[in-house]
Design a protein around this ligand. Sequence first.
Ligand SMILES: Nc1ncnc2c1ncn2[C@@H]1O[C@H](COP(=O)(O)OP(=O)(O)OP(=O)(O)O)[C@@H](O)[C@H]1O
Ligand SMILES: [Mg+2]
Length: 257
Amino acid sequence: MATNSNVLSIQDLWAGYDGDAALESISFEVGTGSLVGVAGPNGSGKSTLLKTILGLLRPWRGRIQVFGKDVNGSRNRVGYAPQSEVVDWDFPVTVRDVVTMGRYGRLGLLRRPGAADRAAVAGALSEVRLDELAGRQISELSGGQQRRMLIARALAQEADLLLLDEPMVGLDATNQHELLELFERLRSRGKTLLVATHDLSCVAACFDLTLLLNKKLVAFGPPGEIFTPELLNEAFAEDLLMLPTEGGVFVGHHGHG
Ligand SMILES: Nc1ncnc2c1ncn2[C@@H]1O[C@H](COP(=O)(O)OP(=O)(O)OP(=O)(O)O)[C@@H](O)[C@H]1O
Ligand SMILES: [Mg+2]
């Protein structure tokens, strides 16, 4: 049992690359069953935050605890779907192979997947509606199918904390809607999700909590409290077009209509 009831607890986290800080003094805590949208402009540190929580990147300083343990002690409980740009899509493996990789942390290197593993893989494929494409080479997937496969791999792991890096990009309206329904189902099963996204309207509509990032933590709380012109301005500076409307503020990205 974790001594700390928080799923995730981050204190004064600094991280970066080659001496350039990408995250500066980040502190926040997330409880069980939260759906957290991680928002911020390009280069604001969203992916860096997820990679640091996962242990792919070592923090410069600060403390990260997942289920009351350090990163190494809780690795199997954290699932991750990377931004799909970082995947080698020409690699000759099938969709099922990749989703089965989600089981390796439990299997170890030498044990072959058993019935429980196959069931978890089948369940994950079905959650993202890729059952029929399970045998297909990953080079032959559409962009939306690629995203869903990466999410299925994280689901197959049966992790309790899911870190999803821009899972909605490139999905059509139907698939985006289904993905948001999946997030709700996962949350109702006690899973906690941290989802990096550029889609502010989606964060406002579908997430419990918003983490507004711009290297520093600009704000953290319910979207209704975070999405003020002042805080959005601080996070996005000149990247956003903001127009006051009755009942709130219209937010649009420059160059996106
Ligand atoms: N592997 C790397 N080596 C060096 N610098 C990096 C690396 N990855 C990211 N950075 C830098 O760290 C900063 C934060 O990048 P990060 O990828 O975390 O941003 P992001 O918010 O995910 O952006 P995006 O919305 O474009 O995905 C940026 O300045 C970026 O150039
Ligand atoms: Mg990113």
